[in-house]
Design a protein around this ligand. Structure first.
Ligand SMILES: C[S@@+](CC[C@H](N)C(=O)[O-])C[C@H]1O[C@@H](n2cnc3c(N)ncnc32)[C@H](O)[C@@H]1O
Length: 457
């Protein structure tokens, strides 16, 4: 299952299922999934975070399947009995998907919810056939033919599948649609992994680097003088506090150790919820400097970068923290040490390959390295188009932390005067409206200074 499909499902639950306290008619939520066989991750992992009684229905037996269909268009379950009935990445494989949808409506209780997630793009993939892609009007057509209400529908920005999503309620047409506020709690979120084992030996905890990452950030603020700063991952507030300008931090569980600067705000949400479930644009100004230091798993770091870039401009600077684990254990996706980079290091490879237009300077900061990214382009869609394909490769195939990362082979020394010079140029470019010419100069300087790429330790 692709990552963005799981995210779309989570959004449906957060917008319509969790806020509807009357949905579970008999204590537990009675849930049916159509096309439930688990191929490398499933919606069940998410729906199981709610108190539910789950039935998985599929054409074939397999992991997550409790009912195997004899007739693909007859679901052997009783009428009007389930609170939530959903199907994802399945209708494109059903020759007569409208018959499946009719059956889903039949087993849904009055007032119950239905969710359909299907691709609008992407390559042919047969299970056992691949017949359809769904355009934006498809969900309204499904609702019309079944005589139920369409609550919401959207097409995902994340490619290459660009899922079409529909959420429906089985009600007579004259019943009013109730709009709930989305649930922004951590109920359905990935565990934030803010705790770590005690007594981890010193050799596991060591970092590296020539300059402390906070000293580097202080210099970035002093030289860039950003007009608006954003930060994903606030924790104690140590990095947010360095901003001497209006700023927005995003963190679902900050543990501030000092009062917040009156010009700073914190959105108490995960970054996904902030960008996908709140009106992010109304809370952001054009970003001059952004620090990405939230959930240390590649899908989060990459999404954070992609979302932030949409609010950046050619003179913006983005810093992604934690690109250099000191050894393989620190680079694991599940936290096992105090210094934990997770697999954020994969972002270097992704950006190098998919965004050759960006200027990337991996910095040898302490303890876990920082990636300086210049040349931001809010209109560039390359990462969005390849999102799920890149993540499949990163999560399922790129599993070992390479030596080149642990050794920091491509590192730039943050104390090299080149870096301060670049910050001064960026600020000057921004203040004189010559951002693009400035970037061209920086590109030449960086590419012409190859020996600097390997800094003697
Ligand atoms: C390494 S700490 C940030 C440290 C901070 N930037 C500093 O240097 O002072 C990581 C923070 O990310 C937050 N976090 C975890 N998952 C997140 C998510 N999905 N969205 C936003 N923040 C998240 C955690 O709650 C934690 O406070």
């Amino acid at each position: 299952m692709h990552v963005s499909s799981l995210d779309n499902f989570r959004i449906c639950l957060k917008k319509f299922v969790v806020p509807d306290s009357n949905l579970a008619s008999e204590g537990k939520l009675r849930v049916v999934e159509i096309g439930s066989a688990d191929f490398n991750g499933s919606y069940r992992e998410i729906v199981d975070m709610l108190d539910c009684e789950y039935t998985g229905v599929d054409l074939e037996p397999g992991l997550g399947v409790s009912v195997v269909l004899e007739d693909p268009y007859v679901i052997p379950l009783p009428d009007a009995s389930y609170d939530l009935v959903y199907s994802g990445q399945t209708f494109e494989h059903a020759e007569f998907f409208w018959k499946t949808f009719d059956e889903m409506c039949r087993i849904t209780k009055d007032g119950g919810l239905l969710i359909v997630i299907v691709p609008s793009g992407g390559d042919v993939h047969r299970y056992p056939v691949d017949c359809y892609r769904f355009m934006p009007d498809a969900m309204a057509a499904l609702a019309n033919q079944a005589g139920i209400q369409l609550l919401d529908s959207w097409t995902s920005d994340f490619g290459p599948w660009h899922d079409a999503v529909g959420v429906f309620r089985k009600l007579s047409p004259d019943n009013p649609i109730i709009n709930f506020e989305p649930d922004l709690s951590l109920k359905l979120a990935q565990p934030v992994q803010n705790t770590f084992p005690d007594n981890v030996p010193e050799e596991v905890e060591h970092g590296a680097g020539t300059e402390d990452c906070y000293d580097f950030l202080i210099r970035a603020h002093q030289l860039l003088k950003p007009r608006f700063y954003t930060e994903i991952g606030v924790e104690y507030g140590n990095s947010l506090r360095l901003a001497d300008c209006p700023a927005l931090g995003i963190d679902p569980a900050p543990q501030l150790t000092a009062p917040l600067n009156p010009r700073h705000k914190i959105s108490l949400t995960t970054s996904d919820d902030f960008f996908m479930l709140t009106d992010a644009a109304s809370q952001l100004e054009p970003i001059d400097l952004s620090y990405i230091d939230g959930m240390h798993q590649i899908e989060f770091a990459l999404k954070d970068f992609m979302h932030m870039e949409r609010f950046c401009h050619a003179g913006s600077v983005v810093i992604v923290d934690d690109i250099y684990p000191a050894h393989a254990l620190q680079g694991e996706r599940i936290r096992q040490s105090r210094y934990w980079t997770g697999d954020v290091w994969k972002i270097i490879n992704i950006l190098e390959n998919v965004r050759p237009d960006l200027i990337l300077l991996p910095l040898d900061t302490s303890p876990t390295g920082s990636l300086l990214v210049l040349g931001l382009d809010p209109k560039n869609n390359a990462l969005w188009e390849k999102y799920d394909i890149m993540l499949d490769w990163c999560i399922n195939f790129m599993t070992e932390t390479p030596d080149e990362i642990v050794q920091r082979t491509k590192r730039f020394d943050p104390l090299d005067p080149l870096i301060s010079h670049i910050f001064t140029m960026i600020r000057h470019g921004r203040e004189t409206g010559t951002e693009l010419a400035t970037l061209a100069k920086i590109r030449t300087i960086v590419s012409g200074s190859l020996p600097r790429k390997v800094v003697a330790s």
